[in-house]
Design a binder for this molecule. Structure first.
Ligand code: ZN
Length: 82
């Protein structure tokens, strides 16, 4: 399963699927075609440590959003529900 990545002001943001956590965080995806990865790339939630799996030929770095960015993300998420 590919995680759902949302664009927020040029940031790529994904929401943690954990029911305990559910917080959004920033994700950066890099191509890794030249590093022979045997396992699928892990995407690790900076809040709770939950691991997702991404594309095999990518590397992912994650960061917590700032409070401001997280608030804006939640506002956008609410708008898209309407
Ligand atoms: Zn989480």
């Amino acid at each position: 399963m590919n995680p759902l990545i949302v664009k927020l002001n040029g940031l790529s943001v994904i929401r943690c699927p954990s029911s305990q956590c559910g917080r959004p965080y920033q994700i950066n995806q890099f191509g890794a075609r030249f590093s022979a990865q045997r396992e699928r790339a892990k995407i690790i939630c900076p809040h709770c440590g939950l691991q997702l799996y991404g594309d095999r030929d990518s590397v992912y770095l994650t960061h917590a959003l700032s409070e401001e960015e997280e608030r804006r993300f939640e506002e956008e998420a609410l708008k898209s529900l309407k």
